[in-house]
Design a protein around this ligand. Structure first.
Ligand SMILES: Cc1cc2nc3c(=O)[nH]c(=O)nc-3n(C[C@H](O)[C@H](O)[C@H](O)COP(=O)(O)OP(=O)(O)OC[C@H]3O[C@@H](n4cnc5c(N)ncnc54)[C@H](O)[C@@H]3O)c2cc1C
Length: 399
């Protein structure tokens, strides 16, 4: 079996397949694991899925932050509602979000994967195409400019949002791109002293923000903030240090000035591939779906795809199950992506950016009422931590 891409989805899928005894080769285009500042908030079910492989323990051991409480705030009015994941201790052994940078997660999975005799990871191997056959798929790659081929029983495209595999398939990447870009800024300045939980969403019609505390290399950690920014300005203007400092000062005045460790811009999409399986080629992770980061669902969904797909592909590969089981992967994961991840991430963004003061006020009052009612708060947490959506997806079976 060949997997294109050694991002979190591809590595997790490879590990789960290798543990089932499947021979798996991961081809990664880059010479090393990518180091970009991306996602880093892991919901309880994702921690549960990674635990049997020893990943979750390693994340804890390497300083991941346990984030039990998260907040919804209003930029103009302060705290609106606080939710405590501790109330879910009866349904999950991990009643908190775990914060660890994506580039600290992938080396953990890779180290564990390298102990598996049936798995190989080839860096500097860019998958360039494939030729489908009746019983296998010929995967074409390029390494140091030299083309090569690998015969695989199945090909998994876990090659990210710009997936080559998806683009070569007759599928649409349905959805839309938000007009504004996101500015992501990291500072060691402690927002906790101002009452911010390690995860907070701050509503405002023009200057909404999402706040995540990340562990960095160790204490004091870094506070990462995401803001919307003007789509009309080029990246270098948006990343101008004076402008970044002004945005931060506008968010929370700091007379000593903010130390800015990182600042980056990225474009955000809401898209889902129209099909996730075409014969012996399957899509997973960002190759199959993209969403905005409000709610922290992107990377979590990729891990959910990987574990679900491996659990079905292994018995199909061994001949214990028919190929129809792979369509259950598509039905379960695609439906959950559309009904839960797309819907919740779009709703979260619209909640934060609502421009009509009366509507915004009504929404904030509704959130206060939910937080004040233990039954409703529990249900809200089950949904927002992806537990309820996963339970519903398990009810989808063949046919
Ligand atoms: C700038 C940025 C910020 C983000 N911030 C957040 C966030 O705050 N919260 C959140 O939930 N999500 C966020 N995301 C999304 C999150 O990072 C992704 O959901 C996650 O990385 C998905 O993992 P993946 O393995 O599916 O894809 P990726 O991490 O993109 O990995 C794909 C891998 O495939 C490799 N590859 C590409 N093409 C080929 C090829 N042809 N052959 C072989 N290998 C190939 C790439 O080099 C890469 O290593 C962010 C994404 C970006 C880009």
């Amino acid at each position: 079996m060949v997997i294109a891409g050694a991002g979190p989805t591809g590595l997790m899928c490879a590990l789960a397949l290798a543990r089932e005894g499947v021979r798996v080769v991961v081809c990664e285009a880059e010479p090393t694991l990518t180091h970009d500042l991306r996602a880093g908030s892991f919901h309880p079910p994702t921690q549960e899925m990674m635990a049997p492989y020893g990943i979750t323990d390693q994340m804890h051991a390497r300083g991941a932050l346990q984030v039990r409480k998260w907040q919804i705030r209003s930029r103009r009015g302060g705290m609106v509602a606080e939710f405590d994941l501790g109330v879910l201790a009866d349904v999950t052994p991990y009643p908190y979000r775990l914060h660890l940078e994506q580039h600290r997660l992938t080396p953990i999975i890779l180290d564990i994967l390298r102990q598996e005799a049936s798995a190989e990871v080839h860096f500097g191997h860019r998958v360039t195409g494939f030729e489908p056959g009746p019983h296998s798929v010929m995967v074409k790659f390029e390494s140091e400019g030299i083309p090569g081929k690998l015969e695989a029983s199945w090909l998994i495209g876990a090659d990210g949002g710009r997936s080559t595999i998806r683009k070569l398939l007759p599928v649409e990447f349905e959805g839309f791109t938000w007009p504004e870009q996101f500015l992501v800024v990291s500072t060691p300045y402690d927002l906790g002293q101002h009452g911010f939980a390690m995860n907070a969403y701050v509503a405002d019609p023009t200057e909404w923000a999402a706040v995540f505390k990340m562990p960095d290399a160790g204490p004091p950690g870094l506070w990462r903030l995401a803001f919307p920014c003007d789509p009309g300005l080029p990246d270098d203007a948006l990343l101008d240090p004076i402008l970044v400092q002004t945005r931060m000062q506008g968010f929370l005045a700091n007379e000593n000035g903010y130390e800015i460790r990182y600042a980056s811009i990225y474009r955000v999409h809401q898209r889902v591939a129209s099909e996730w399986r075409h014969g012996r080629v399957l899509l997973a992770g960002d190759a199959a779906h993209l969403n905005n980061p409000l709610g922290g669902f992107g990377l979590n969904s990729g891990i959910h795809d990987a574990v679900n797909l491996a659990g079905k592909l292994a018995p199909v590969w061994r001949g214990e199950e028919g190929e129809a089981l792979l369509d259950v992967y598509v039905q379960q994961r695609r439906k959950t992506t559309i009904d839960q991840v797309q819907a919740m991430s779009i709703r979260n963004k619209r909640l934060l950016e609502e421009r009509d003061p009366a509507v915004q006020k009504a929404r904030m009052e509704e959130l206060m009422a939910i937080a004040a009612d233990p039954q409703r708060a529990r249900q809200y947490l089950l949904e927002s931590s992806m537990i309820a959506g996963l339970q519903r997806s398990q009810e989808i079976s063949a046919g």
